[in-house]
Design a protein around this ligand. Structure first.
Ligand SMILES: Cc1ncc(COP(=O)(O)O)c(C=O)c1O
Length: 425
């Protein structure tokens, strides 16, 4: 969706003060562009919404782990929520202090746990009893005490897409209430662990506040017998509107619902999407216009390999022309028509937008897929041997831009096989 940082002016799309078409012409398409100003202002808006609780915000790197994005957030005071050794590695490289990293994840390996302990990661959100045993053993071997928040599976159904709901009983995430109760009663079995918190995250893109409220209530009931447990990590999930008619609760509503419950606790938040989604766009070029079976397909150079959300979650992204034709340029063009915006990948699900009204786009036109900053580039693949696109940031002053990850090349695609293959030949 368009916003203060990504907007049309005189028919041209801007990212802050930079013309999107200027970046596309110089860098080529497809290309991801992020407004760092918007990233930091989203962080500030969350801080303002939750001001009553003064939460520690740990940006969820899974949403977008570009080093420049991570660094901007770390410099603005955010900690990081990491779900793998790779994300911890990136966070540290971006300047995060280890103690400001929380390490979550359903299946942490011993190597990842060891690495996190050695680096001095601040919190371990633990999701199963086997992991507790590993962590206890590894921490003891390292002469350390690990700070743990047990991740509760509250058996609460979040109102969201079924693929991103994580708090229902059948999900693989977290520990059921009875296991949390049992572990807390046996803390002495884990002498190298300190059980200082509880963690709950029921899903992403949450469409109601009640489920989160219920989950937090259950978490608080479980820690009530342990007055020394003073930290509650309420995960991420703050929603973003992807379409003009998508109704999502305001972040203030989440804060207002949770503040009365959580007063007096140290609160951690792990927002990902809400910080980066609407700060990013994917710019693609129209390659062909194809009429077939009574439909119009705009075939672009962007695909599900660059942005898989529509194919994976049937997600909606608004798609706009980067340069809207002026009335005089528009004379030769027809009025808006319904088109399917597709990519070159050999899958029927390779569709960026279905049945969209676009003013008669033509080959060479640039299209912007909006609200694409979260779960976009991080999920990009090389499927069909497509080099992954570059990432560009418009800096916080809004005036300048730079490529912060270059476009992959065909050579990059074979680099890890090349030597092996040459030696076989
Ligand atoms: C444990 C945890 N925390 C935080 C997040 C970030 O969620 P979101 O991007 O919806 O804020 C996720 C993503 O699903 C998660 O699994």
């Amino acid at each position: 969706m368009l916003n203060d940082s990504i907007y049309h002016h005189d028919g041209a799309l801007y990212c802050d003060s930079v013309l999107v078409s200027e970046i596309a012409v110089q860098v080529g398409t497809p290309v991801y562009i992020y407004s760092l100003r918007r990233v930091v202002s989203n962080l500030r808006r969350i801080q303002t919404a939750f001001a009553d609780l003064q939460p520690h915000i740990h940006y969820s790197a899974k949403a977008n782990a570009n080093l420049a994005v991570l660094r901007a957030l770390v410099e603005a005071g955010a900690g990081i929520d990491a779900v793998s050794g790779g994300e911890i590695y990136r966070a540290l490289l971006a300047g995060a202090k280890a103690e400001n990293i929380v390490f979550a994840g359903v299946g942490k390996t011993r190597d990842e746990l060891r690495y996190a302990l050695e680096q001095g990661v601040g919190w371990f959100n633990v999701e199963n009893v086997g992991e507790l045993h590993h962590l206890n053993e590894l921490a003891a071997d390292n002469g350390k005490t690990a700070q743990v928040a047990l991740r509760l599976n509250p058996d609460v159904a979040a109102q969201t897409h079924r693929h991103i709901a994580t708090g229902h009983g059948g999900a693989k995430f977290g520990l059921p209430a009875e296991v949390v109760r049992d572990v807390l009663a046996r803390q002495a079995d884990y002498p190298a662990l300190r059980f200082d918190g509880i963690h709950v995250h029921i899903g992403s893109q949450l469409h109601d506040t009640q489920a989160t409220q219920r989950a937090v209530e259950i978490a608080l009931e479980l820690i009530a017998p342990y007055p020394e447990i003073r930290t509650v990590n309420i995960g991420g999930g703050l929603p973003v509107a992807y379409a003009p008619d998508e109704r999502v609760p305001a972040w203030d509503d989440f804060a207002a619902t949770l503040a009365p419950l959580l007063r007096g606790y140290t609160v951690l938040l792990e927002p990902g999407r809400s910080i980066i989604a609407d700060a990013g766009l994917l710019v693609v070029s129209v390659l062909y216009v194809k009429q077939q079976a009574g439909q119009t397909f705009l075939i672009t150079d962007g695909s599900m390999a660059e942005l898989i959300r529509p194919a994976l979650y049937e997600a909606h992204h608004e798609i706009v022309l980067v340069n809207r034709p002026s009335p005089s340029q528009g004379e030769g063009r027809q009025a808006a028509t319904q088109v399917h915006i597709v990519g070159p990948v050999c899958e029927t699900s390779d569709m960026l937008g279905r049945s969209r009204a676009l003013p008669d786009a033509q080959p060479g036109d640039l299209l912007a897929v909006l609200t694409a900053g979260a779960y976009g580039m991080v999920m990009a693949s090389n499927y069909n041997q497509r080099p992954r696109p570059p990432e560009v940031v418009v800096t916080e002053d809004g005036q300048t831009w730079r490529v912060v990850r270059r476009r992959e090349t065909w050579d990059d695609l074979v680099r890890l096989e090349r030597n092996v293959y040459d030696n076989l030949a």
